[in-house]
Design a protein around this ligand. Sequence first.
Ligand SMILES: [Zn+2]
Length: 95
Amino acid sequence: MNCRIAEGMVNKYINHTLSVNDLEEFLEHIENCSSCYDELATYFIVHKAMEQLDEKQEDSVLDFRELLEEDIRKSRRYIRKKKFTGQSQQLRSVP
Ligand SMILES: [Zn+2]
């Protein structure tokens, strides 16, 4: 994956509309590419800040970087779960 593709996926990542394969490649890319990670962090922070405005949690103090790291960890767990499920389905389909 190159940076242009990764940047195009930032919005989809934040809205959780990436396929498992795309998500995995995207996470792999941002892990090794600080400029795309920063791009993601910027969008993520804006997105979360707007969410908080909607929820009117004026007294909430949140570390957005930590939220992003947590989100990435959740995405990795999601990928592992999906892959495990896919594998067990394949195994079951073997006669
Ligand atoms: Zn990149």
